[in-house]
Design a protein around this ligand. Structure first.
Ligand code: KG4
Ligand code: ZN
Length: 346
């Protein structure tokens, strides 16, 4: 089995995955949301200190699980490799996970697998399952740091088809929540405010509507929300703002996805949506209809594995292990991450 570690942003998480059939044996995670919420975003210094506290606590849980399951005094003996998401992410938090990964691999004398966190999100679709790439898999990745359409032919061939020119989809929810003083992370909060509103929506600009490029942009929409808040200050309805923004953000995602489906229809049979923001119900519903219209099989990760977690890293690690993609100890954390060096290491 493989022990996987995730510490790329504000979630500390460890998992155990069986190599033979990709079964997730154990998963544990500690989020830091309440610590970052007062600041309206992740504070890297706080995040790295919390990882330093949380990761050893989670390792104790892994040890307890292994002791109980195997009734042994050498609980780590069944481990065949240590997997770590070492890019992209915050360098001060990635290095907390890397320290633990290096120490475990060195002391247990087992190989280290340094993996791409975004590729991990893609493999969240296949936790506890064989891969379902079929004759091609299209993926929408919507996280706090990235908004991308990816085309996957197989484990080694991943092409970036479109990405955001500025803010990401998830980040725009975080920023809207911050403008309305609603806390962090903004995605689930803005979504629940929007759900409480059923009146007319405020007009919002749909980004890049008349631009033929397959690309995303959320900074203009964020600015439109800022202006709307300033305009309606005296009788501001946070629910109306959230609902109007969410509708526009999802319409923008769908508008460009439709172009992708039209242009690339022959090259994929399955379509997956991954990343923390793939938990958004409106987005899921809209993409579901699009997939039905184009006769594509929609793949979604279970809700608990949409946001950052070590189970997806463990699942990806099974593939990396099969390809013997072992890393030297202390493999450096790549400061420049996606997309430029994504192609190279996929
Ligand atoms: O994948 P993730 O856990 O972390 C990164 O790799 O960035 O994604 C976190 C992002 C945050 O920006 C959060 O606000 C957003 O996902 N998010 C959502 C929802 N749940 C989380 N955005 C929109 N709607 C949601 N329900
Ligand atoms: Zn992520």
């Amino acid at each position: 089995m493989i022990l996987s570690i995730e510490s790329s942003c504000d979630d500390s998480s460890l998992a155990l995955t069986r190599i033979a059939d990709h079964k997730l044996l154990f998963h544990t995670k500690l989020s830091q949301d309440s610590h970052h919420s007062p600041f309206g975003g992740v504070v890297p210094e706080i995040a790295s200190r919390l990882h330093a506290q949380n990761l050893p606590m989670l390792l104790e849980k892994i040890k307890d699980f292994l002791c109980a399951t195997y009734n042994t005094r050498t609980p780590f003996a069944p481990l065949k490799a240590i997997a770590i998401a070492n890019r992209p992410g915050l360098s001060v938090t990635l290095s907390e996970g890397m320290c633990m990964a290096n120490a475990l691999a060195l002391s247990l004398e087992i190989p280290l697998l340094c993996l791409n966190h975004l590729k991990g999100h893609i493999y969240s679709l296949f936790i506890d399952k064989p891969t379902q790439i079929g004759e091609g898999l299209g993926v929408l990745l919507v996280s706090g740091g990235h908004t991308q359409i990816l085309h996957i032919r197989d484990y080694h061939h991943i092409t970036l088809v479109a990405q955001s020119l500025d803010d990401s989809f998830g980040e725009s929810f975080d920023k809207v929540a911050k403008m309305l003083s609603l806390g962090y992370p903004g995605g689930p909060i803005v979504e629940s405010y929007a759900k409480n509103y059923s009146g007319t929506l405020l007009p919002m600009p749909i980004p890049l509507l008349h631009d033929k490029r397959l690309a995303y942009s959320f900074s203009g929409l964020k600015n439109a929300v800022r202006l709307e808040i300033a305009k309606t200050q005296d009788n501001l309805s946070k629910e109306q703002i959230c609902a109007s923004f969410q509708e526009a953000a999802c319409t923008h995602i769908l508008h460009k996805l439709r172009i992708y489906f039209q242009q690339y229809s022959d090259s994929f049979t399955h379509f997956g949506v991954v990343g923390g923001a793939s938990a958004n119900t409106l987005l899921r519903t809209k993409i579901e209809s699009l997939c039905q219209e184009f006769d594509k099989t929609l793949l979604l990760a279970p809700l608990e594995f949409c946001a950052d977690n070590a189970a997806m890293i463990g699942r990806l690690a099974c593939e990396a292990y099969a390809h013997k993609e072992f890393s030297p100890l202390s493999d450096t954390i790549s400061p420049k991450s996606f997309p430029e060096d994504f192609y190279k290491d996929c």
